[in-house]
Design a binder for this molecule. Sequence first.
Ligand SMILES: [Zn+2]
Length: 154
Amino acid sequence: MDAEDTRRIESKQVNFEKPHLIKDSVFRPVIPDYNGNRTLYFERTFACNCPETPTSWSFRVTFQRLPLSGVSCLIAIRRTDDRPGLVDVEFRMIIQPSSLTETFLLRFNSKIPAGRADRRIFPEVIPVKAVERLSGRYLHVELFLFVEGCHRER
Ligand SMILES: [Zn+2]
């Protein structure tokens, strides 16, 4: 893995009170080369400005290219604060070539206590035919982390 794999091109955090929403995006090639099991990942830590239970989060997305099954994604979300209680999170990722003619999506929901992480593997997020066509191209990747259940409804 070379150093460029973790370089961030663009980053924007947005906070709304209900639900809390963290948004992040990159525009770069994310489909790895065939060489071995090379993976591409990026990682970021965010804090939620909740009036009752301020939480903090980091997430990591690993793109892995496999010869016969396209690109799979490993998503790891970690809650890094020490406040008591479970908090609901929904993670969404949208991958789009600049032409906007096709979109690749994944989504997962979890309940995460303080100090814990949840990891999921999503096979064939980008099918093998699209991988061949899009390899080396810049792709828009948008990441959303919705955080709920950390404060009472008003
Ligand atoms: Zn809250």
